[in-house]
Design a protein around this ligand. Structure first.
Ligand code: KPL
Length: 310
């Protein structure tokens, strides 16, 4: 996602007034020297979209190379890496910097809002599909939508603030719309991820097969009921949530896809499941509710993920 957004922001800036004024409109902040060395062999993000390949020469830096003050930060990490990544760049943030969180789930966003309350925080919730073919070679596979909203500025973030933020982003190519209830949207997406992601690993299947494999479909239906009951205890979550209906819509739209969690397990990468079903268990405990189906899903998932790593 980081490569996709950096390339799209760079392309957008080149086409707008901004690009004419700023030498380097988008800088990809890399983890370390090894990542920088790999980057130098390529010299840009290779973006594949609609069958065409473009080398987009976005800038790069590591924190050690003092990239300068940051006015706008798009934080594209897995949920569990978001807070440490943000803390590592915090000294570089301008006093009025805008930080856009692109994580799945809702736990990372809540934790960051609690730990860094003075920051202007926004969330970008997206359904774009992207994957890396190799280092810095990204395929924009599914053109979806993105919703942007303020996390701690309340529902009424000033109109000029919204439009300047939307103008600075590739709102057309990434189909970005402002959402004045981004928190509600994140809770809804969280419920959907709790229902789908772990089950696709347990049944080792494409998203759509959760509707067609009889055992998976029955498990999905029961799990959605349990998620719905826990979500009722969360005041910020839109009610009624109709988890099963939402999940069925997402599964139909992404039937041929492998969930991000199944891709992580197949590639022996860390997953975000602790931020999906793990967080759901925490919410249930906080509300003094049991969630036996979710707990069973978590323990089957953990056993499979462990075997995949061994
Ligand atoms: O967000 C997703 C993911 O894979 O993480 C879903 C909604 C399950 C679509 O694949």
């Amino acid at each position: 996602m980081g490569c996709l957004w950096a390339a799209r922001i760079w392309q957008h800036a080149q086409r707008s007034e901004l690009g004419k004024r700023i030498a380097q409109p988008a800088t990809l902040l890399l983890r370390d020297e090894a990542a920088l060395a790999r980057w130098q062999r390529i010299g840009g993000v290779l973006l594949e979209s609609d069958g065409a390949e473009t080398l987009v020469p976005v800038g790069t830096s590591t924190i050690a190379h003092s990239p300068g003050q940051i006015d706008k930060l798009l934080l594209c990490t897995k949920a569990q890496d978001a807070l440490p990544a943000l803390l590592s760049v915090a000294p570089l943030l301008h006093a009025d910097a805008q930080v856009l969180l692109v994580q799945n789930g809702i736990k990372a966003q809540r934790t960051i809002a609690e730990c860094l309350p003075a920051l202007a925080l926004y969330c970008l919730s997206t359904s774009h599909g992207a994957y890396l073919r190799s280092d810095y070679s990204v395929v924009h596979a599914g053109h979806g939508q993105a919703h942007l909203g303020s996390l701690n500025g309340g529902k009424l973030a000033a109109i000029d603030e919204r439009s300047s933020l939307l103008d600075s982003l590739p709102s057309a190519s990434m189909n970005i719309q402002w959402d004045s209830d981004i928190t509600g949207r994140l809770w809804t997406k969280f419920a959907v991820n709790c229902a789908i992601n772990a089950l696709t690993v347990i049944h080792d299947c494409r998203n759509g097969e959760l509707l067609t494999l009889p055992v998976a479909a029955a498990q999905l239906r029961d799990l959605c009921g349990e998620i719905e009951r826990i979500m009722l205890t969360v005041a910020q979550c839109p009610q009624p949530l109709n988890v099963l209906a939402r999940v069925e819509t997402v599964l139909a739209a992404t039937a041929q896809n492998y969930s991000s969690t199944l891709q992580d397990v197949h590639n022996a990468r860390p997953t975000e499941i602790a931020y999906f079903n793990g967080y759901l268990s925490e919410l249930a405990r906080l509300a003094n509710r049991d969630c036996p189906l979710n707990d069973a899903v978590l323990s089957s998932f953990n056993a499979i993920a462990q075997r995949a790593r061994d």
